[in-house]
Design a protein. Structure first.
Length: 276
């Protein structure tokens, strides 16, 4: 799509605004950072607008990470003000998370779009299963929480989060809790970790996609500035609507709804990858 072609640009902008509004409501409703919502929604919007399947997932993931930066900083500051960020754990995780996520972003261009879809789909199913039957505590709870243990899991969470386009909360929070952190500390520290994931991952996707062809207008590598503004802006505006609705619904029901959503999205991503 040519930036000067107004007729081709306005449906792109409108599609992104709709994506942002819907993503914000569901992110607020389900109490997540939004990456698990934004990536499939943005990928669908780009597909609907006719972009090449080879770059759709890359742009969706890279842009999602960039969108998470401001929301992640805001969330992390709020948790830190309440003393819910464990700075000791953060010092262990932050350098490794930054390096692993940057590596994932830089390597993203080496992966076909189908591979990124499979990674997102498989991890979405894993997260959904862990929500319904929290098995991570039983799997790794017995491990000694040594600095090496924390760094190994930080590397895994960072790398996978960068390829999924999420802030890592769905992976880092249950991992930190399983390694002995209280739930409040796990959530607060996970929010701070998400900032490092979003920043380094965004840098990686900008660099790895710098020479990619067929990108949407105003893209910096695989990060699309138009989507960043419209999706991020509308998501920020509509998230309080979802948050208000969440207080009227049963929390167990919300978790099951989110798990069901992840199963549907995960299977759909895998199916698209298999269909080619």
């Amino acid at each position: 799509m040519n930036w000067g072609d107004i007729a081709g640009y306005w449906p792109f902008a409108l599609g992104l605004m709709a994506t942002g509004a819907i993503s914000g409501v569901f992110a607020g409703l389900l109490g997540i950072g939004g990456g698990a919502i934004i990536v499939p929604a943005l990928a669908y919007a780009l597909s609907w607008l006719g972009y090449d399947n080879d770059i759709i997932q890359h742009v969706a993931v890279g842009t999602s990470l960039a969108i998470i930066i401001p929301t992640g900083i805001s969330s992390a500051r709020a948790h830190h003000a309440r003393g819910a960020v464990d700075t000791g754990i953060l010092r262990l995780w932050a350098p490794v998370i930054f390096a692993a996520t940057l590596a994932g972003g830089l390597m993203a261009g080496l992966y076909p779009g189908a591979v990124l879809r499979i990674i997102f789909g498989v991890m979405a199913l894993f997260i959904a299963a862990n929500i319904v039957l929290p098995f991570q505590q039983r799997l790794i709870g017995h491990l000694h929480s040594s600095p090496l243990t924390h760094r190994v899991f930080a590397a895994i969470v960072g790398y996978l989060s960068s390829l999924m386009g999420v802030g890592g909360g769905a992976l880092s929070v249950p991992t930190l809790a399983a390694l002995g952190a209280s739930m409040h500390k796990a959530v607060g520290t996970g929010a701070a970790i998400g900032v490092f994931i979003a920043i380094s991952g965004s840098i990686g996707f900008v660099v790895s996609g710098w020479s990619a062809r067929g990108l949407p207008p105003l893209s910096l590598g695989y990060v699309n500035v138009v989507a960043l503004v419209f999706v991020g802006g509308l998501a920020a505006l509509t998230a309080p609507v979802g948050a208000a609705l969440a207080h009227r619904l049963n929390q167990r029901t919300l978790k099951l709804v989110f798990a069901a959503f992840l199963v549907v999205v995960g299977l759909n991503m895998i199916w698209k990858a298999a269909a080619g």
